[in-house]
Design a protein around this ligand. Sequence first.
Ligand code: SER
Length: 321
Amino acid sequence: MVLFLCSERKSMAEKILMIGSNGQIGTVLSKELRKKYGGDNVICSDIREPIKSADPFLIIDVLDKAKLQSIIHDHSITQIYHLAALLSAKGEQNPELTWKINMQGLLNVLDLSVQENVKKVFFPSSIAIYGPTTPKINTPQYASFQPTTIYGISKIAGEMWCEYYYKRYKLDVRSIRYPGVIGWQSLPEGGTTDYAVEIFHAALKSGHYDCFLAEHTALPMIYMDDAIRATLELMEANAESITVRTSYNLVGMSFTPGEIYSVIKNKIPNFTIQYKPDFRQKIAESWTESIDDSYARKDWGWKPNYDLDKMCEDMIAHLKQ
Ligand code: SER
């Protein structure tokens, strides 16, 4: 009887919990979800208060399973977007902590989702799952993945756990392997692809950028608008059309620091750059250059709208404002 009432209540309206909502993607995705589902139906959460108020907001440490459970239960949560993680560059500074947050955090979310009858879970994976044994050009959906960073290891293990929960408990977990995400709305933190956002801010503020990657290192990227749209399209797709329960390959564009520099320089002629590769260069070199995302295209109609030129134009226009 209780179960019946619970599922009846859950079918009436979606109630979404976002964990890690202060981050680069969460900041933007939470706004889109609120537009779609209504402000009160999207609860944002993070380990710190956000800079700009994001009501309703709760302080949640994903490692505090008891608190997480009571929030999921008390708010009758139907969907969880679990975005809390330490990224590739920052993760290397504290591998143990990164493993704990990225792995135990996900296991808490998966386990509580089954216990509390959550209908859908979103888990972000990453291009960081690729490694030296992965084909570098047009990386296929299924290949050899032997990542070199603890972040990448936690994401590939996370993908496997998601598939396991889907197969064993029928938990509807969906996931995207995000490339580097570029947007004007928020700043990334602790990643190897962060240069592609920093470069715009530097171009407009000081007219010079010291790039921590080498000139010819190509990486897969995506514009924020496309990344958010992809996430929503995947989460709204019919469950039967989702054939990948680990995580979908996805890409918007691929470019090198040298290529993005020359597009920006066309628009800001005095802009200068110096290449000063640091430890992140090695991480970038272990990833791939371009990606085959045909599974996402076939299963749920994925198609990016932004290429390098269009993205640079939109970034600069917004940041100038
Ligand atoms: N943007 C991430 C990073 O650079 C990759 O998913 O770590």
